[in-house]
Design a protein around this ligand. Structure first.
Ligand code: 26V
Length: 822
């Protein structure tokens, strides 16, 4: 072997050290003496990427050479989190790399911490896509993830005077060592303009689309390595650029500024991720983003397919495409357009291919979150797609008419076009009609889909509907984020659980061993100490690692009810004030989460939490019985610190509103107990860990519906529950706002006036349940027992299990083993 190859693939500590120094010099252009920590991080990242490349290339070669099926995950979001640590875990190189880094005078944890995470998602949906990519590779399933390479991901959050401030996320500023641009594989995407019909050489009627804008998509590829396998699947993210040819035309006509304008508009397409929880209607850039990445991806798939197939007839046998919510659902119309207009397939044939290709996952039932695009906007940007959607709709409704003659209401309810008032294209309906399988993300949610938003579709095609309960990857969310607990687990039951999470079951008998419980508490204590240091560094607050760490981290939304949580904090504060010698389990309340920039009430909830924190943390009468902290900029990196340190996981959404939740799984997997409602995957977590190891409270979904239907009266709860009244009165008195009685009025008005999330209705049950939590925490032996049993029974919530179910029930796909020869 020649030296160069050895430096790029070798795994010995000596080789790794040499590679590190080499990359620092030749890629960063620095001597150790002048290198910044970031330079060192880059050098290490390239060292690891070199060791991934063989696997990555072998994987794509293998997929090209054998005619296996490939899963295509189409997602507008991937919330990946930092790559370096994860790749070290999955490569099994943590130890030698740590040694090489240390012998080079550096610190591995510090370098890992430098990585700026790709925040290319909002929250649950984007993080799920990232966990799925990890599991697909680990299960050796051929897969491509397609998405958007946003230049600015989810904004960074700072807290000023208790308020959220948004800062642009410049994650690419210092370079991204994990991606490789592939400009040679660029594709063109049309936008706007009009359509024309014509008759082709064979005399067939056809339509062509004359766009008024052309955008180029450049793919950027990132390897996604499986855990201790040689599979490294590709994540291909598209960046938009101006299509030169288009500029040139304008330039020739003398419209130089028009050409530059066109370039700017084209490049803007993939600039920024839209925060969700924001009204999207009318945001035409968002629709353009969706169409752009879907068209790029489908064209790329067609190119790959035609490279070794004579036609697109068997396209659906090659690719199983999963639509991650409705964001890529324009793909249904786009594939039809490509097949019918560009490849001249007959409509019926094209439709069969399309339906056999797509399947659709719904991730929310909130009516305001269901995507719909106004007809005028749609026809202006995608005139041909609108025609195709009309045709799809007409043929679909003809089918409905046969099954339900003379049922005009049903037709209007099922129509892809909402024509009740202003006209809209209902994207969930397009995705449903264009797919052969539709699923929800937890048992309750999948049931509710069938009863509510897609009820009429379920009556038509019950066989298309199924549930796929979400999961999370134990590699990032346990092995990487919580090495202490992982090592303790492995010391007793081996390492098999990392790939087969059901093996955690073997921990059950250890729950009864006092020595093991002692070790367990020791680990938890150390991890909490780490978080306490982080809290001190970030907010200068000293918290007691022996207090109960009560954590709620997730996007801020009224349905997730962070305000219910803070009402409980105020209640405890009042209890202590009224009874100064009260003996309660000391608690540290930890919050984190971003509010959508335009979501005023969510921002006010953040302000309330911070205002309560200021009072409680500085009241000498409280001592260290209560501490409240809002940690800014909750993201994947911070999640990795906080889940391991939690004692109590807050999963308190109004029943029926949280489709699944995945944070709930990360907490339990790390040994936190849950206080939660019967919502989303909480229900299944409770089933698995046992009702006796779960703190349940609150109205059920049918009770929520009944309460709302009966005309919910918040005032009655206020008048009938003195604890609630005392808390509300204290806020309204201006106690947490330096005497300002107006500051929190909009929040209070909404709780009293119009609160579909029933905060007051669940308040007393929540407080009572929290009281049980506090009492239970006093018995540390039993608490440890419950925590161990939670972890032991979390096998179901590995995303490996979820992906196996998709692979079997929806994709009909089998693993392909990648050989690593050298
Ligand atoms: C979007 C919007 C937009 C308009 C205003 C309100 C609103 C609220 C939520 C959303 C996000 C919808 C999609 C989503 O992220 N769903 C999440 O998906 C996770 C993965 O399946 C799941 O665990 C979460 O429960 C679900 O909220």
């Amino acid at each position: 072997l020649i030296q160069v190859e050895d430096d790029r693939t070798g795994l010995s500590v000596e080789t790794l050290k040499r590679a590190l120094a080499d990359n620092l010099f030749y890629l960063q252009g620095k001597f150790p003496g002048i290198a910044t920590k970031h330079d060192c991080y880059m050098a290490l990242a390239y060292t690891i990427r070199d060791r991934l490349l063989q696997r990555w290339l072998n994987t794509s070669q293998t997929y090209l050479n054998c005619d296996n099926r490939v899963v295509v995950y189409l997602s507008a979001e991937y919330l990946l989190g930092p790559h370096l640590g994860n790749n070290l875990i999955n490569l099994g190189l943590w130890e030698p790399v740590k040694q090489a880094v240390e012998e080079s005078g550096l610190n591995l944890e510090e370098l890992i911490n430098i990585e700026e995470e790709p925040g290319l998602g909002n929250g649950g949906l984007g993080r799920l896509a990232a966990c799925f990519m990890d599991s697909l590779a680990t299960l050796e399933i051929p897969a491509i993830g397609y998405g958007i390479r946003y230049e600015f991901g989810i904004f960074d959050q700072e807290i000023e005077d208790g308020w959220q401030v948004e800062i642009t996320d410049k994650w690419l500023q210092l370079g991204n060592p994990w991606e490789i641009a592939r400009p040679e594989a660029a594709v063109l995407v049309k936008l706007g303009g009009h359509t024309e019909s014509y008759t082709d050489e064979k005399g067939d009627y056809r339509v062509r689309w004359i766009p008024n804008n052309l955008v180029k998509g450049i793919p950027y590829d990132t390897p996604i390595l499986g855990y201790k396998v040689s599979t490294a699947n590709n994540l291909r993210l598209w960046k938009s650029e101006a299509a030169e040819s288009f500029d040139f035309q304008r330039f020739n006509m003398g419209d130089y500024y028009g050409a530059v304008q066109n370039k700017v508009t084209s490049e803007n397409l993939t600039k920024v991720l839209y925060p969700n929880d924001e009204q999207l209607q009318g945001k035409e850039l968002r629709l353009a983003q969706q169409y752009f990445f879907v068209s790029c991806s489908l064209q790329d798939m067609i190119r790959i397919h035609l490279a070794d197939n004579p036609s697109l007839e068997n396209f659906h046998e090659h690719f199983a495409v999963q639509l991650n919510d409705t964001h890529p659902s324009i793909g249904v119309a786009e594939l039809m357009r490509l097949l019918v207009d560009e490849h001249h397939y007959e409509w019926g044939k094209a439709w069969n291919i399309t339906q056999a290709t797509f399947s659709f996952t719904n991730h929310t039932l909130l009516p305001e979150a269901l995507e719909k695009w106004s007809l005028p906007l749609f026809s202006q940007m995608l005139p041909r797609h609108l025609e195709i959607i009309y045709e799809i709709n007409q043929r679909f409704l003809d089918q409905v008419r046969i099954k339900y003659p003379n049922d005009g209401d049903r037709l209007a309810q099922l129509s892809i076009i909402d024509e009740a008032g202003e006209k809209w294209v209902r994207m969930a309906y397009l995705a449903t009609v264009g797919s052969h399988a539709i699923n929800g993300v937890a048992a309750l949610h999948s049931q509710l889909i069938k009863e509510t938003i897609l009820k009429d579709f379920y009556e038509l095609w019950p066989e298309k509907f199924s549930n796929k309960t979400n999961g999370v990857t134990p590699r990032r969310w346990l092995v990487l984020s919580n090495p202490r607990l992982s090592n303790l687990i492995s010391s007793r039951i081996g390492e098999g659980w990392i790939k087969n999470l059901d093996e955690l079951k073997q921990l059950e008998p250890f729950a009864d061993l006092a020595g093991f419980r002692q070790d367990w508490r020791q680990v938890k204590r150390e991890v909490k100490q780490d978080l306490a240091h982080y809290i001190k560094a970030q907010s200068d607050l000293v918290v007691n690692p022996d207090s109960l760490f009560d954590v709620q981290v997730k996007r801020i939304h009224e349905y997730k009810r962070q305000h219910l949580n803070i009402l409980h904090v105020i209640h405890l504060y009042l209890q202590i004030k009224n009874n100064p010698n009260l003996e309660i389990s000391p608690r540290t309340f930890i919050y984190g989460g971003k509010a959508a920039p335009g979501y005023f009430i969510a921002k006010l909830i953040i302000k309330l939490i911070n205002s309560v924190a200021e009072v409680v943390n500085n009241d000498p009468a409280i001592g260290d019985r209560l501490k409240v902290v809002f940690l800014s900029n909750y993201n994947v990196k911070f999640g990795q610190k906080v889940y391991p340190a939690a004692d109590l996981s807050e999963q308190i959404s109004t029943a029926g509103k949280e489709a699944s939740g995945t944070g709930n799984m990360k907490f339990s997997m790390n040994g936190a107990l849950t206080i939660g409602t019967l919502d989303g995957a909480n229900i299944e977590i409770r089933e698995e860990v046992g009702a006796e190891n779960f703190f349940l409270f609150g109205l059920t979904t049918p009770e929520v519906e009944k309460t709302l239907a009966a005309g919910y009266q918040p005032w009655e709860y206020y008048n009938n529950y003195p604890d609630l009244k005392a808390v509300v009165d204290l806020i309204n008195s201006g106690f947490f706002s330096h005497g300002d009685t107006e500051l929190f009025r909009p929040l209070m008005d909404s709780l009293f006036g119009h609160d579909p999330y029933l905060v007051f209705a669940d308040f007393q049950a929540y407080v009572d349940c929290q009281h049980q939590v506090g009492e239970a925490y006093k018995d540390q032996e039993n608490w440890s027992r419950m925590a161990i049993l939670n972890v032991a029974r979390m096998g179901k919530f590995s995303s490996d299990r979820t992906i196996r179910e998709y692979a079997e029930d929806i994709w009909a796909i089998k693993p392909v083993v990648i050989e690593l020869e050298d």
